[in-house]
Design a protein around this ligand. Structure first.
Ligand code: ZN
Length: 272
């Protein structure tokens, strides 16, 4: 275990039912990143979830014969099926052009509106601070823009009455989010055991046939790669498969949680 991972802990179980909003730039981002956790929260904690797919997915093919509109329709169907496979039936498509996303005020307002409407305890989004990943990837700028707009929708926009007064006119009152989970992060604080839902996660991912193929192409490609990535994550915390997040808490438990985190880190530092 490297030094970076010594402070990691499992995600505590939440007892009362709650709602989750998961935002992502693209169709399939949720399935690659967080669907195993979403499936657990739904199955084991009775949570409900809304997916927000920000772009139209129209840049997901370099095939010159694939018309953009045709691809948008196909990816809509694939995303609805992928969501349904983990028990999510509320999927919002914001339709921003794929590949050119900006963290605009219009986007932040659209996400704020959904947060105020559905009142999530937990919001899951992409970490906007990730520019590079694993020494070999440039993070897609759409992911960063989606993450930035989502973070600032959570705070301050969703909970602050004078921001976006037009939403009040539409009937959407302020709502305070309890927790923010960032995926695609380079600074994970929590690894979440998804061993019980890894099969559901792969079933959801397999719905995105236009992106990852089917049959052997899927089994030996995206599925194999992602299973290994989640296995690598799990091995860091002693479970079979895990997804990781940077977690921020804003709720009433924040003070005690922060105190426990600080004490735990101090113990770990002292033990070195
Ligand atoms: Zn993506």
């Amino acid at each position: 275990m490297t030094a970076n991972y010594e402070a990691l802990q499992a995600i505590p179980r939440r007892e009362e039912p709650y709602h989750i909003v998961v935002t992502a730039a693209h169709h399939d981002d949720i399935e690659f990143g967080v669907a195993g956790s979403v499936a657990r929260w739904i199955r084991e904690e009775g949570a409900t979830a809304t997916y927000v797919i920000i772009t139209d997915g129209g840049a997901g093919s370099n095939d010159p014969d694939m018309a953009r509109g045709q691809l948008v329709d196909l990816r809509y169907s694939e995303q609805m099926e992928a969501a349904a496979r983990v028990g999510v039936h509320d999927v919002r498509f914001l339709g921003y052009p794929d590949g050119c996303l900006e963290a605009s005020l219009a986007l932040r307002r659209d996400i704020t509106r959904i947060i105020r409407e559905t009142k999530p305890y937990r919001v899951v989004c992409q970490d906007p601070s990730t520019v590079f990943a694993h020494r070999a990837y440039v993070n897609h700028p759409d992911h960063r823009a989606a993450g930035e707009a989502s973070v600032y929708a959570v705070f301050p926009s969703a909970e602050t009455r004078p921001i976006f007064p037009e939403l009040l006119t539409e009937g959407f009152e302020p709502h305070k989010v309890g927790e923010l989970y960032l995926n695609l992060t380079q600074e994970p604080t929590h690894y979440h055991d998804i061993s019980s839902t890894i099969d559901l996660k792969m079933a959801a991912l397999s719905a995105h046939v236009s992106q990852i193929g089917a049959g052997d192409d899927f089994e030996n490609g995206a599925k194999k790669w992602l299973m290994q990535a989640n296995r690598d994550g799990g091995s860091l915390v002693g479970v079979e498969y895990a997804e990781h997040f940077r977690v921020l808490k804003f709720d009433e438990e924040r003070e005690s949680w922060f105190k426990e985190e600080t004490e735990r880190r101090e113990r770990e530092t002292a033990a070195k």
